[in-house]
Design a binder for this molecule. Structure first.
Ligand code: SF4
Length: 159
């Protein structure tokens, strides 16, 4: 038995994804026995969001399409974990929320063209978030400790 994991990136610079890929240099063989990556577009082309045990979600939500996808991920995941500051708090990906009126007017055509929301939001404004791993990018020590905790919760390693 393995943990069915999805890794998702929304509006952000994707640095926590890079941290995770770098961790694989040391952990790949250990994780291969414990994790089934069902969705990870950075290194897989064949992806599915069905029946996820854990969805790790990086980035803030800025468009209606992202919101729809996030809600779909929530419906299909036992646990949803916000990864990094943008997902946890919205910042710094939400800088446009604080633009003055003049600057907002200047970018409005981009928001209209790409069906963006009025504000860029953290995940918890839209769906239930089960856990948070903060940092910009995510703190890798906290991530590794949490991952161990999830392996125990899902009974893949002994508590
Ligand atoms: S939290 Fe920081 S590192 Fe992560 S996506 Fe946002 S800006 Fe990038």
């Amino acid at each position: 038995m393995k943990l069915n994991v999805g890794w998702f990136s929304f509006t952000c610079c994707e640095d926590s994804t890079i941290v995770f890929i770098e961790l694989m240099n040391e952990r790949f063989f250990e994780w291969r026995k414990l994790i089934n990556f069902k969705y990870f577009r950075t290194f897989k082309s064949n992806n599915s969001i069905d029946d996820l045990d854990i969805a790790f979600v990086e980035g803030a939500i800025s468009s209606r399409k992202e919101e729809e996808t996030l809600r779909k991920i929530r419906e299909n995941s036992k646990k949803l974990v916000a990864i990094g500051s943008c997902a946890c708090t919205g910042s710094p990906a939400n800088q446009r929320n604080f633009f003055d009126e003049k600057t907002k007017n200047e970018i409005q055509f981009i928001l209209d063209r790409f069906n963006h929301k009025e504000f860029v939001l953290p995940l918890s404004d839209l769906v239930k978030v089960d856990d948070y791993i903060s940092g910009c990018p995510m703190d890798e020590k906290i991530f590794l400790a949490k991952l161990d905790q999830y392996f125990k919760e899902f009974e893949l390693i002994n508590a």
